[in-house]
Design a protein around this ligand. Structure first.
Ligand code: G4P
Length: 531
């Protein structure tokens, strides 16, 4: 079994595609699945269309989220690799879901729209990747449109995303005059032709000095390409895989997802360089994927709001050993043994029961409220996976009970919903007031609806003008206690009783940091371990 685990681990690639909405993530996902034979027709990946819903009607969104369970993890085989794409919701109100999914991958592909460059959500997603030094490949998309100058785009990427970049391919023009890309590694020219169904581009192995280049792309463009490549070689170091694996250097590919152009080169580049499942930190030690004993953690919980199918699914990322159906595993937080009769794997449009899973795989577990985000399963060892932090919410509201007879139900409901990761719960010491923090308005509607429908509790929301929650620590406990006393109503406690400072603005936060040098302010809950 041991060699089996190692061989199976070595052929797993688990990653996520991330982008600002509309940059082309869904389109790229779909094209990759077509290459892998996981789907036969375009349009099969519906999940990201959630964001297209102009309405803020969350039940409508929820219906679509139901569809998205099946596409939460998309698996396909390519070049003898088993590739797992973990889907991330496009809707910005579900950003927290995306952040958590990023804790379960080994690398990411970041899609950038060449017209728009680095957008707001791109920066935030990259911040999360940098926390764990996740290796990143960048795909600059929509080259069939008049985009920004590619050198300017690279500068912008380096500057805004704080990562070094290295082009692997280079475009010959853009927009209506887009002729193709030159692979700097393979020394091949790929000719562009707008074509949504064809998967192989016409390709010509060619040295840049060859006169044939002038004939193929025209004298002016050939001269430009030679000049660009000379500049690239002068400015950028050659590609260093270790720097990529360390999350310090992002290789960049250019293409047009909708035209299936540059996608195969991206996929092959990904297969060549992306990491297999890596060791993961726990509160006790690092867990190596090749270890004999199984371990894994829950990174996402999906609750179905449809009253006819009120199921809850926990997504478990396998970190080591082999996960087997019907075997008892140790739930370390609850200190109890649990087993699963029908764990399932995900395909693009269906789910099926699995007998076993290997490191890098994600299995879906039917859950009746046993799990919360970050829970760890092992074969008995007492450990807890790290690197699944909570991030500071952006919108805060006080939860007010409208029916004093139902306060128990309300307490239980909000506790369980926040365990699922729908939102974060903070409690103000004064008066035991409950503050709920989210990254999107939609979650408040979801919570209100679910409290009423699932727990029979009615509530209303009182908006609060905080924009950040920072976990606070201090080397000297006296200093921390002093700060907490001083700030009184701006101090709340998270679910694990850690003190949190609520700030009205970034400016207020900086002021407090400056004025209280003995206190450290953390933007995520997991400050004790280096992730
Ligand atoms: P997202 O998941 O990142 O939000 O983006 P998505 O793939 O849904 O793509 C957003 C829009 O960009 C889509 O158009 C898609 O067809 C288009 N697109 C993707 N890749 C390219 C490309 O290489 N070139 C050009 N010109 N467009 C591209 P839409 O009109 O919003 O939707 P649809 O009706 O085409 O599905």
């Amino acid at each position: 079994m041991q060699t089996n685990i190692q061989a199976e681990t070595a052929r797993r690639r688990t990653f996520a595609i991330i982008s600002h909405p509309d940059a082309g993530k869904t389109t790229l996902t779909e094209k990759l699945l077509l290459f892998g034979g996981a789907i036969q027709t375009a349009g099969a990946v519906k999940s990201n269309k959630i964001k297209k819903t102009a309405t803020s009607d969350f039940m409508e969104i929820e219906k679509q989220r139901g569809i998205s369970v099946a596409t939460s993890v998309m698996t396909f085989e390519y070049n003898n690799l088993k590739i797992n794409i973990l889907d991330t919701p496009g809707h910005k109100d579900f950003a927290e879901d995306t952040y958590r999914t990023l804790t379960a991958v080994d690398s990411v592909i970041l899609v950038i729209d060449c017209v728009k460059g680095v957008e707001e959500q791109t920066e935030r997603l990259m911040e999360v990747c940098r926390m764990r030094d996740t290796p990143v490949i960048i795909f600059i998309n929509k080259l069939d449109r008049e985009g920004q100058n590619p050198f300017d785009l690279l500068d912008e990427l380096e500057e805004k995303l704080s990562i070094r970049v290295r082009p692997m391919t280079w475009p010959v023009n853009m927009g209506s005059d887009f002729k193709g890309v030159y692979s700097l590694i393979e020394k091949k020219l790929y000719f562009f032709k707008a074509n949504k169904t064809k998967v192989e581009a016409d390709v010509l192995p060619i040295d840049l000095a060859d006169d044939l280049l002038d004939t193929k792309v025209g004298v002016r463009d050939a001269a430009q390409l030679r000049e660009d490549v000379e500049l690239i070689d002068g400015v950028y170091d050659s590609f260093d895989r270790q720097a990529y694996l360390d999350g310090k250097l992002a290789p960049v590919f250019f293409g047009s997802a909708v035209n299936n152009f540059g996608v195969k080169e991206l996929l092959e580049g990904f297969c060549d360089i992306s990491p297999e499942p890596i060791a993961r930190p726990t509160d006790k030690r690092e867990v190596e994927p090749g270890e004999k004993n199984f371990s894994g953690f829950v990174f996402k919980i999906h609750a179905n709001l449809d009253p006819r199918h009120r199921d809850r699914i926990a997504f478990l990322r396998i970190c080591s050993g082999v996960f087997e159906r019907n075997k008892f595993y140790h739930h370390t937080r609850l200190d109890k043994n649990v087993r699963f009769a029908s764990p399932f794997s995900f395909m693009a449009d269906s789910k099926s029961v699995v007998e076993e899973g290997f490191p890098g795989d994600v299995v879906g577990l039917y859950d009746t409220g046993t799990f919360k985000i970050g829970d760890t399963l092992t074969e008995g060892e007492e450990l807890q996976f790290q690197g699944i932090p909570s991030f500071s919410p952006e919108i805060f509201k006080e939860l007010v009970n409208l029916d004093p007879m139902k306060s128990k139900q309300l307490d239980k409901g909000i506790q369980q919903l926040t365990d699922e990761g729908v939102a974060q719960l903070f409690t103000l010491e004064l008066g035991n007031r409950k503050i709920v923090g989210t990254v999107g308005e939609l979650q408040f509607e979801v919570i209100q609806y679910r409290l009423e429908n699932e727990y029979g509790a009615k509530c209303r929301w009182v908006p609060l003008n905080y924009t950040k929650a920072c976990w606070i620590t201090a080397e000297n406990p006296v200093k921390l206690a002093e700060f907490i006393r001083l700030k009184g109503n701006q101090i709340a406690y998270d679910k694990d009783q850690n003190p949190v400072f609520l700030a009205e603005s970034d400016w207020m936060l900086r002021m407090n940091e400056q004025n209280n040098p003995d206190v450290t302010f953390h933007l995520t809950s997991e400050f004790k371990v280096a992730v």
